[in-house]
Structure formats: structure tokens, C-alpha cells
Design a protein around this ligand. Structure first.
Ligand code: FAD
Length: 855
């Protein structure tokens, strides 16, 4: 049998390998009009950005290699111009010589792919306007960048390739403006999910112009004109507006096409001509979820179709290709964006309506255990029908997005339901997962929706008519102080049972919390008390993703993101099993882990023979933990050695910069990626570092603090400042007087004899640091407990740990003799290591200090 394969990249190259493995004797000829076969087109954007540095690594196989390995004749730079379906020869143009010849076939396989759409617009042929599809394209772009060092680029189109190129151009130091005609980037996901990606793009410095068509390129490619009349000055333009199937050959041969121009194929990938098969971007493929022909230009389906079709071409057996679900994943800077199956746009086109035909579970689970360094959150949107059948899903986040979309894709492939997702037993260990996987959470929430336990309201439903709902914020008051939502009444979850009477049964309440979990608990409490209530899907996080709440509050996403990830988390989110039905709202960064747990991660190892580098991992520690660890480790190091620090505390990079300046060390490098902050610090000062204040080199400085108050919050603040100052090389004196003495109290070994007044004082004063109350919102000790629990979850050391830390750093603590006498406190009642002194001690240390604090 003689088989001609047209197109030698994804589908075609896979097919010839499988054809040969199935039939050693068939005559197989691969015709490719380009210069190369089997190249990694998916890797091209990363070659532009320099992530892939070696051009040769873009070539998965060569013509010679294919010939040697598979015995297949490969003719590159040959283009099939026409097919005579009756007599079965193809007309082929040899592009290197310009001569034409014919080649007969028994079976023909078309894998001619697609091409980027270039609109018929004035100026698109300018030398600075590019598309990216082939190796020749990437060579042109790379050469232009190398020769002209462009400063500005306009990327037209916010699909996969447009975004990948935006990222890679930014990596090259080029300022990118992204113009997109739709109101969102990333067509495979819905607008609400795209907002998260858009926020991230904006954070990375990409200027987004959504809902703007592009109408002309002027000034020899230096000016892009939009249909709004706006003009953008640029050094280069990348068009990435979409693709069209390379269907000319099939069309001229009279093969049947779909409405969208794809070659019509059967489930065996056979065209309307039994001798001709087609695979890849050029075919109208069966939509696995919704049925009917669709166009899905992706490498995975092209490869799998190329494999499946081979046995059919050879007539050996009939292998079905059941359809494509559009499972896709893309990296957008630090983010991962993934999708499978139907989205709301495709459902709407197919006549489905939200609530009537399908439902949505929207959750923000964590990628791995919250207490394990590096855990990050993701947003999962799960779409399912009334019977629980999964129709599609979209996930946006950081680590672990890819594996969750694949799990859901497997469920969709097997026609699975949301209960399958809830039941799936998935591998768990803290670095990889939570004991209930994010996919399980999505399944739990979906089951709760179907069983009527919860009635989530999407942010867009609320925004469409806010007057329908009375908005109740169930976060704690302290969280609302950081970010309040306009028009919302604050009734914290912890008070809701006692305040049921405040709810009016004639109203429809919409409750929300940070991410949806406490909202759900509040919803359950209120529902069971006869109140009409819904829960805001995704909570405040999703409200902020929409952008509207942020604009109203005049805040930027990154500022609020930090707040919601840290301060605004649900207490119940931490710790698997804390919330039986769902703790899907677990948004956490590793800053939640406790100081002691993270201290175990600190590791040092020599890195180089010439200049010794020591690695220090302080992930999970919150301020001042990272700085304290850095200070300790540097003290053990010799001048000229380098400390490479990795931290998760968002303030670390800012702090380390000033710390280095003030301590006579040199910050060599700093960087951040995916919530990990790294700094390289040289012990000592490089001669050329003129920024270092001269005073830094002039010996130790001193700080004096007078602690008069005994409130927990003030005590914590005092010790954070004290340890921070000590870490910066200061000699620190803390002088405790009056109520401040309570901070140092402990239970004495033997109860000292006291007079009546002293006994009364002893009874009224907090017995030790653990009994201190808050200066505000103490609520009979609940506030203090809350603060301690929040601090623990955020990795801030407890007051007792801070005191021990301060002592180990040499902070001098003196208890005021006079106050002790007045209050009847004995030396035995104070923690070990505290000196007793009078005002003279305090005054003499304050004389030497360049900072005196009275707290
Ligand atoms: P192609 O791989 O495009 O091969 C078609 C070949 O046919 C071409 O080389 C063409 O020259 C040749 N040809 C056409 N007509 C003729 C003719 N008449 N005679 C001879 N030869 C002809 N997909 C993903 O799933 N994930 C990704 O991350 C991803 N990233 C991408 C990034 C870029 C920059 C690009 C360009 C594509 C990316 N894709 C990605 C899409 C993926 O590469 C395609 O879906 C896949 O290559 C399609 O395979 P195919 O065999 O149908 O066509």
C-alpha cells in the first residue's frame, strides 16, 4: 500500500511513526511544505523569551532521523497543490526548484494544520508586524528583536499564543500593550475566571486594552490604530487573532467541510472520500461534551488523532476517535490557566441556561497543606447539569492547577458526575495536596448545591440587581476594618446565633465571607432558622476578582490579594477536617505555618568552592522571623560569604533591603516568583557599595524601650520591635514598669508571703503572659484568643516565643524595682533572665541609645 501523508508536524509526524510500526512494508511518503518536520511549535514563544535557549532543541525529529528510524521518505519544501481523487495522484510543487510533479497514492492522510488569521487591514504587511506559527516566523521575530532592541510591543489577541508571547516579550524587557476585541482574555475560560488572569497580567506590567478592535497599522508599523480611534506607538506588532484551517487542498478536491471550514470526518477520521483521512487542526472534530462538529486547534488531539487514524488508513482495524474535550493548560507569567469541556459561552450557544440547565460550584481551595511552605490557592469553576453530570471546568491558580484539570478531564471522559469528584481518592501528603483534594472540594460544593443545602449567588447575579439582596458580611470585625464592602452589614459568624433576632424574615439575605466557607456556615444557620438566605459564591475573593469592588474602594488587586490571603482567611480553612462539609475556601500562603515548624526547614549547605554560599530557607516565617534568622545565620558566617535566602513573607524583600543597608551587609540580588521571595546577601560590604551609611560601620547602636502597658497587643509589638532591632545589630534594653511587669510574670516555685494589698494586686493582675488581654476588642478574652490563633496561622511567633527569641538574641530585660515593690511582685514571680533595676538603669541605657520608645 502506498500512503501519502501531507503535513509533517503534530498529526502527520505521529501518524507516520504509527503507520510504520503497524506495517513494515507499506510505502509511506511524508510531504511537508516547510523546511522542517516535527518541530515544537508549542515551544516557539519560549524561544523568543529566551527560556528555551538552544534553537536546535525546537526540533523533535529531523527528515534524516525519520528516514533512518522509520524508513519513511520525507520531502520537505514540497507542497501538495491538488488532489485528483479519481485517478489518485497528487500534484506536488518542489519549492526549492519550482518544478511540479505528480505522486500517486492508495491512501492519503491530510494533516495540513491551520494558519494564523491576518485580517485584511491596511499596514499589516509592514516589516515590524509579525505572526508566530512556524520556525521561520520565530527566526524573524528573534532576529528583529536582536537587531533593533524594541522597547514597546503591541500584541493583538489575548488567546493562548498572544498571552504566551506577551509574557515572553516582557521577559525580554519589552513593554507590552495587549489589545483584545472581546471583553476578556483566554477564550476557553469564562469572563469571571478571565478577570483573575487579567489582574495578574496587569500586575506583571502588561497594559490591557479589552473590548478594542484594531483597525490599521500606520507609520511603517510604528503606530497601531484602534477602532475607537486611539493610537498606540510601538516598535513591533504581533498578530495573534486566531487561526483558520489550512483547508484549501481539501476544498479544491471537493471534500465536504463543516460550517466553520473544517474537513468533515467520521469517528474513524475518514473524510467524505473513503481513500482520504484527515486529522489535527484542519478537521471539524466532534465536541465530546456537547456533540456536533467544532474546531479545537490543540496539539494533544492532533497527536492522538494521528495515532488513532493509522490502523484505519491501513485497513487493519477500526479505531474510533471519540471526540475532543478541549483540555488545555497555559502558563501566564506565574499563573497557570486550565480548562476542560464546556464553558458558559459554549453552553449559552448550545441553548443551555444557568440555574435551569446547569449549575456552578466556585471554590478557592489550596494546592497543598496550608502549613506546608509554598501552598497557594487556586480558583476552580465546576459546571455541571441538573443530574450532576460534569459539563466542564476551569481552573486558575499556581501550583497544582494542571493535575486538578487532568483529574476532572478524566472524570469528564468517563461521563463522570460531581459525586465522582467528591468520592475520588487522590494521593495526599502535605507537599502535594490537602487531605481533601481541591477536586474533592469542588465535588462537595456541587453536591451541596444539588441537594439544596446551599444556594450560591454568583457575583454577576448580585451585581445585576443589588436591590434584591441585603448584604451581610460574616467576617470578623477586625477583617472588615481592612476592607469593607459598601452596603454590607457586619454580623460575624461567631455572633450570628446570638443575633438571629436581627434578621428580618421578609428579606433575602446574601451572606459572604473571605472565600465562601464561613458564608456557607452562616447560610446553614440562617436557613435552619427560617431566614431566606444565599451565599455569595467565592466570597469576597471573587467579588474582588471582578474588579468592581476594588475600583469602588480605590484599591489595587495586589494589595487586597495579600489581605485576603493572609488576614482575611477563614479560621476554619486551616487544618483538614476542621469543617466537615467543605473547607474549600482555604486561601493560604505558607505564611500561615508556625515559626517552629518552619525553623526546621532552615538548612545550610555549601554551594561553591570559591565563594562559600549558604542556603537559608525561611519559608513560612512572618516578620520579623525571616530577618531574625538571616541575622543569626550571617553572624555565624565569615565576611565575603554569601547567604541565599528563600522566604514567603511578602514584606521580606523590602525589609531585607533596608536591613542590609543598616547592618553593613550587601544585598547582591533579590527576586520573586510564585510567592517565593529570594535574596542573595554578601556578609559585609562590597567596597563599591556607596549606599551603606557610614554609621553602620561605626560600631553598635543601642535602643531603649520602656514597657509600661500590659496589653497583649502592645507586648507583641514591643517584642517584634525589640527582636527586629536586635537582628539589625542593635543592643536593646527593655525596661518593664507598672502594668508592663505582667508580661514577665510566671507562676513562682514557692508562693511568696504577701501583705493584703499585694495579694489583691497579685489576684487582679494577669498571672502570666498567656493571660494578657487586648487593649481593644478583648471581649472577655475571646479577642486575645483570636489574635493568638490568627498569629499562629500566619506564622507570627507567639508572645512567649518572641520573649524567648529576644532573650536568645541578647535583648536585656529589666524589671523596675519600684513598680515591683508597689505592686507586690517578687523576683521569683518573673521569668528567668530578667534583671531588676531602677530608673538609673533605664536612664543610663537611654543615654547611649539613639531610639527611646515608651509603650
Ligand atoms: P501542524 O502541526 O500545524 O502541521 C501542519 C503542517 O502541514 C505544517 O507544517 C504545514 O507546513 C504543512 N502543510 C500545510 N499544507 C500543506 C500542503 N499543501 N503541502 C505540504 N505541507 C502542508 N497546542 C497545544 O495543545 N498546547 C500548546 O501549548 C500549544 N502552543 C502552541 C504555540 C504556538 C506558537 C503554535 C503555533 C501552536 C501551538 N499549539 C498548542 C497548537 C498546536 O501546535 C497545533 O494544534 C498542532 O500543531 C496541530 O497539528 P497539525 O498536525 O494539525 O498541524
Amino acid at each position: 500500500m502506498k500512503i501519502l501523508v501531507v503535513g509533517g508536524v503534530a498529526g502527520g509526524a505521529t501518524a507516520i511513526a504509527r503507520l510504520r510500526r503497524l506495517d513494515e512494508h507499506a510505502e509511506i511518503i511524508l510531504i511537508e511544505r516547510g523546511k522542517y518536520v516535527s518541530f515544537a511549535n508549542c515551544g516557539l514563544p519560549y524561544y523568543v523569551g529566551g527560556v528555551i535557549q538552544n534553537r536546535d532543541s525546537l526540533f523533535v525529529a529531523t527528515a534524516e532521523g525519520i528516514k533512518a528510524k522509520y524508513g519513511v521518505e520525507v520531502r520537505t519544501e514540497h507542497e501538495v497543490k491538488s488532489i485528483d481523487r479519481e485517478a489518485k495522484p497528487c500534484e506536488i510543487l518542489d519549492l526549492s526548484t519550482g518544478s511540479t510533479y505528480t505522486e500517486s497514492y492508495d491512501k492519503l492522510l491530510l494533516s495540513t494544520g491551520s494558519k494564523p488569521f491576518v485580517p485584511p487591514i491596511k499596514g499589516v504587511d509592514a516589516p515590524t508586524v509579525f505572526t508566530l506559527w512556524t520556525v521561520a516566523d520565530v527566526d524573524k521575530i528573534s532576529e528583529y528583536i536582536a537587531k533593533n532592541s524594541p522597547k514597546k510591543a503591541v500584541v493583538v489577541g489575548g488567546g493562548f499564543i498572544g498571552l504566551e508571547m506577551a509574557e515572553n516579550l516582557v521577559e525580554k524587557g519589552i513593554a507590552v500593550t495587549l489589545v483584545e476585541m472581546a471583553n476578556q482574555v483566554m477564550p476557553p475560560i469564562d469572563e469571571d475566571m478571565a478577570r483573575i488572569v487579567e489582574n495578574h497580567l496587569a500586575e506583571k506590567g502588561v497594559k490591557l486594552m479589552l473590548g478594542k478592535g484594531f483597525s490599521e497599522v500606520r507609520n511603517d508599523g510604528r503606530t497601531v490604530v484602534l477602532d475607537s480611534g486611539e493610537e498606540i506607538e510601538t516598535d513591533m506588532v504581533l498578530l495573534s487573532i486566531g487561526v483558520r484551517p489550512n483547508n484549501e487542498l481539501a476544498k479544491s478536491a471537493g471534500l465536504k467541510l463543516t460550517d466553520r471550514g473544517g474537513v468533515l470526518v467520521s469517528e474513524y477520521m475518514q473524510t467524505s472520500d473513503p481513500s482520504i483521512y484527515a486529522v489535527g487542526d484542519v478537521v471539524g472534530v466532534n465536541d465530546f461534551v456537547l456533540g456536533g462538529a467544532t474546531m479545537i486547534p490543540l496539539a494533544g488531539p492532533a497527536n492522538k488523532q494521528g495515532r488513532a487514524v493509522s490502523a484505519n488508513v491501513l485497513g487493519k482495524s477500526a479505531e474510533k476517535y471519540v471526540g475532543t474535550m478541549g483540555t488545555s493548560v497555559a502558563k501566564v507569567f506565574d499563573m497557570t490557566v486550565a480548562a476542560v469541556g464546556a464553558n458558559e459561552k459554549s453552553l449559552s450557544r448550545a441553548g443551555f441556561a444557568y440555574r435551569r440547565d446547569y449549575h456552578i460550584a466556585l471554590v478557592h481551595p489550596m494546592s497543598s497543606a496550608g502549613y506546608y511552605p509554598g501552598a497557594g490557592s487556586m480558583t476552580i469553576k465546576l459546571i455541571f447539569d441538573k443530574n450532576g453530570k460534569i459539563l466542564g471546568s476551569q481552573i486558575v491558580g499556581y501550583d497544582g492547577v494542571d493535575k486538578r484539570i487532568d483529574v476532572i478531564a478524566a472524570a469528564v471522559h468517563f461521563g463522570g458526575s460531581v459525586s465522582d469528584l467528591a468520592e475520588f481518592e487522590l494521593a495526599y501528603a502535605p507537599p502535594y495536596n490537602t487531605a481533601k483534594d481541591p477536586v474533592n472540594f469542588a465535588g462537595f460544593v456541587a453536591e451541596n448545591i444539588l441537594s439544596g443545602l446551599t444556594d450560591p449567588v454568583l457575583y454577576r447575579e448580585y451585581a445585576a440587581d443589588k436591590s434584591v439582596y441585603t448584604l451581610v458580611d460574616v467576617r470578623e470585625a477586625v477583617e472588615c476594618e481592612s476592607f469593607a464592602v459598601e452596603g454590607a452589614v457586619n454580623i460575624p459568624l461567631s455572633e450570628i446565633r446570638d443575633r438571629i433576632g436581627e434578621f428580618d424574615k421578609s428579606k433575602h439575605y446574601l451572606v459572604f465571607c473571605a472565600v465562601g466557607v464561613r458564608g456557607y456556615i452562616a447560610e446553614r444557620i440562617l436557613k435552619q432558622n427560617g431566614i431566606t438566605v444565599s451565599n455569595m459564591a467565592g466570597g469576597l475573593r471573587t467579588m474582588c476578582d471582578s474588579g468592581e469592588e476594588l475600583r469602588r474602594a480605590g484599591r489595587t488587586w495586589s494589595a487586597v490579594d495579600k489581605f485576603i490571603r493572609t488576614e482575611g482567611h477563614d479560621p476554619a480553612d486551616i487544618g483538614a477536617g476542621a469543617v466537615p462539609e467543605t473547607n474549600a475556601g482555604g486561601v493560604s500562603a505558607s505564611v500561615y505555618v508556625s515559626a517552629s515548624a518552619s525553623a526546621c526547614n532552615a538548612a545550610s549547605e555549601p554551594r561553591s568552592d570559591s565563594v562559600r554560599s549558604i542556603a537559608l530557607n525561611v519559608c513560612g516565617l512572618s516578620c520579623p522571623g525571616p530577618i531574625v534568622q538571616v541575622s543569626k545565620r550571617l553572624q555565624e558566617m565569615a565576611h565575603g560569604e554569601i547567604l541565599e535566602v528563600t522566604a514567603t513573607d511578602p514584606g521580606f524583600l523590602r525589609d531585607i533591603e533596608s536591613w542590609c543597608l543598616n547592618t553593613g551587609n550587601t544585598l547582591l540580588e533579590k527576586s520573586s516568583e510564585k510567592g517565593l521571595f529570594s535574596a542573595k546577601i554578601l556578609r559585609g560590604i562590597v567596597a563599591s557599595n556607596s549606599d551603606v551609611p557610614a554609621a553602620v560601620q561605626g560600631g553598635q547602636r543601642e535602643k531603649t524601650m520602656i514597657i509600661f502597658d500590659g496589653d497583649l497587643d502592645k507586648a507583641i509589638a514591643s517584642f517584634i520591635i525589640a527582636t527586629g532591632a536586635a537582628a539589625m545589630g542593635n543592643k536593646v534594653h527593655m525596661f518593664f514598669t507598672f502594668w508592663g511587669l505582667s508580661i514577665l510574670r510566671k507562676k513562682p516555685k514557692m508562693q511568696p508571703k504577701k501583705d493584703f494589698i499585694s495579694r489583691m494586686f497579685g489576684m487582679m493582675l494577669p498571672k502570666n503572659s498567656k493571660k494578657l488581654s487586648l487593649s481593644k476588642m478583648n471581649f472577655g478574652g475571646i479577642g486575645a484568643k483570636m489574635i493568638r490563633s490568627v498569629m499562629k496561622k500566619k506564622g507570627v511567633a507567639s508572645l512567649e516565643e518572641l520573649i524567648a527569641e529576644a532573650q536568645s538574641m541578647g535583648v536585656e530585660m529589666t524589671a523596675c524595682q519600684m513598680s515591683m515593690d508597689v505592686m507586690g511582685i517578687t523576683h521569683d514571680e518573673l521569668i528567668d533572665g530578667v534583671n531588676i533595676g531602677g530608673v538609673a538603669t533605664m536612664l543610663s541605657s537611654s543615654d547611649n541609645s539613639n531610639m527611646n520608645l515608651f509603650i
